[in-house]
Write a protein that binds this ligand. Structure first.
Ligand code: SF4
Length: 62
């Protein structure tokens, strides 16, 4: 089952992924997106968040 991963070095904290998939991503205290629940949203919603990330910081990991 693939799970989404955020590369903290690439994330700019633009919050787009949080807006699209709020049950999966959250900004941490440093303003960087973290995965709070890898199955928090439907896979196609998470995919939309991945596709929308301006810095391509999110990817699927096994
Ligand atoms: S969309 Fe990308 S850059 Fe923006 S907060 Fe999410 S992971 Fe970070």
């Amino acid at each position: 089952m693939p799970v989404p991963e955020v590369d903290a070095d690439l994330c700019t904290g633009c919050e787009l992924c949080v807006d699209i998939a709020p049950n999966t991503f959250e900004l941490n205290d440093e303003g960087i997106s973290v995965v709070i629940d890898p199955e928090g949203d439907d896979e196609d919603v998470i995919q939309e968040a991945i596709d929308s990330c301006p810095t391509e910081a999110i990817s699927w990991a096994e």
